[in-house]
Design a protein around this ligand. Structure first.
Ligand code: CMC
Length: 431
């Protein structure tokens, strides 16, 4: 628990109150206002939580001005270059990089829990074939608490550990099943000998009629997508998971809530929305029309895949993702399809246009991930499920941290009420 490093003074009317100031390892100092309501009878007002730290955390750090993202202190660029997704999962969950033996044990535990309860196959069959895979995932991940209720006691550290492994191990299987179901193909069972990312690709693209050999460049690109999306501190879906978990709800229900939040186009749904926007623009000559719309205050249209609440310099994930996009497109010999041409030109114009430069609207991770996923053969509806399965480890690590925090409380924001003052009810005959 942090201790105050100095005291700020708040003067309100004729009284002065002490406000303790906490200093983080990195980032701006934080005013501790927990006692303010009791002392001064005031709340603070911060819609969208743009200036509010909701918890202490040791997992991920973002410096939006520098374009820096650290997982447990390690820069994302170094992890993307030298590590791989399962090692990053271990790091996020347990706080340190694993030894070789710890890594092997962790990989074994994950890869041996990739199958889902056979009864879940029937559960899938209840969905309409044309359901969006995110809709299916919200339902099926939430239903894990019905299939794995032997690991839902949030007060039991062993239950928490088992549920974390189950979540990380099974969510790619669930996402792949949602995809297979939506295209009318049989489910493909996981294969323990494959890497986490290769297994996911195979479960999505293999069919019983034909062998499927995973291309190592695509395997690496998929692994990077997973790693780059693994955690992102207190974003909307992670805060949703923490808020749901603060009531003591089981982890599967909490992650289902996170998936629901991620689905929105301002968050994880942006990768799908971005590619759909590129297709809607269609040809390079139509770009100015869309740029003009993005700048028009009376038009709700936004350039999807641009801008970020925290990154105001560049999104470090986007930099790594751009490299992967180039590798994948070269491998697949995709150089001049129309969507790609539109993406490249849009990126160039937006990086030079004063509106985007002044507002610090850079291409974000979703701009490039959609391009890679489309090249790999995924339909746009699978983009957000892939974000969700990658983020599962971040959600579960943050949930575990929240449950073990001795200062933890049920989340319960207050409000600035601007509705009617108390008034007497009038019977309908008198209105
Ligand atoms: N296109 C055009 N204008 C934009 C855009 C955009 N993509 N993003 C922000 N603006 C403008 C906005 O109109 C506002 O202008 P003004 O100050 O004149 O009113 C200004 O920039 C600040 O925008 P904001 O909405 O206050 O910023 P925010 O921090 O609340 O929103 C955002 C961040 C990511 C929701 C927003 O930039 C956006 O909607 N981007 C498109 C969706 C997207 O790509 N989301 C994925 C984010 S990365 C993946 C993830 O972490 O989920």
């Amino acid at each position: 628990m942090s201790t105050p490093t100095r005291i700020a003074k708040l003067t309100l009317d004729d009284k002065t109150y002490d406000v303790p100031v906490m200093s983080p390892t990195a980032g701006p100092d934080v005013l501790d206002i927990r006692k303010l309501y009791a002392q001064a009878d005031v709340f603070t007002f911060d819609p969208g939580f743009t200036s509010t730290a909701s918890c202490e955390s040791t997992i991920t750090y973002i410096d939006g001005d520098k374009g820096e993202l650290l997982y447990r202190g390690y820069p994302i660029e170094q992890l993307a270059e030298q590590s791989h997704h399962l090692e990053v999962c271990y790091l996020l969950l347990y706080g340190e990089l694993p030894t070789a033996a710890q890594l092997q044990d962790f990989e074994n535990r994950v890869t041996r829990h990739t199958m889902v309860h056979e009864q879940m196959h029937n559960f899938f069959r209840g969905f309409r074939r044309d359901a969006h895979p995110m809709a299916t995932m919200v339902g099926v991940v939430g239903a894990m608490s019905a299939f794995y209720h032997d690991s839902t006691d949030v007060n039991d550290p062993w239950h928490r550990e088992v549920s974390a492994i189950r979540m990380i191990a099974k969510i790619p299987t669930i996402a792949a099943m949602a995809y297979k179901y939506s295209i009318g193909q049989p489910f493909v069972y996981p294969k323990n000998e494959l890497s986490y990312s290769a297994n996911f690709l195979r479960m999505c693209f293999a069919v019983p009629a034909e062998d499927y050999v995973v291309n190592p460049i695509l395997e690496k690109a998929m692994d990077r997508i997973m790693m780059l999306h693994a955690d992102h501190e207190q974003n909307a879906s992670t805060s949703t998971v923490r808020l749901a978990g603060s009531s003591g709800a089981n982890p599967f229900a909490c992650i289902a809530a996170g998936i629901a939040c991620l689905w929105g186009p301002a968050h994880g749904g942006a990768n799908q929305a971005c590619l759909e926007m590129l297709r809607e623009i269609g040809t390079v000559d139509r770009i100015p029309e869309f740029i003009a719309r993005a700048k028009d205050k009376n038009d709700p249209f936004r350039l999807m895949g641009f801008g970020h609440r925290v990154y105001k310099n560049f999104d470090p994930r986007a930099k790594v993702m751009k490299e992967s996009a180039d590798e994948v497109l070269n491998l697949l010999g995709i150089h001049d399809n129309e969507t790609l041409k539109v993406a490249k030109e849009l990126e160039r114009i937006a990086l030079e246009d004063p509106y985007f430069v002044e507002k610090k609207l850079y291409p974000n991770v979703d701009f490039y991930s959609g391009i890679i996923l489309e090249a790999m053969g995924f339909p746009t509806s699978m983009f957000t499920p892939i974000f969700a399965l990658s983020r599962a480890v971040g959600w579960i690590a943050q949930w575990k941290e929240m449950i073990s925090d001795p200062a933890g409380k049920i989340g319960r924001p207050r409000q600035l009420y601007i509705g009617a003052a108390a008034r007497d009810y009038t019977p309908v005959s008198a209105r």
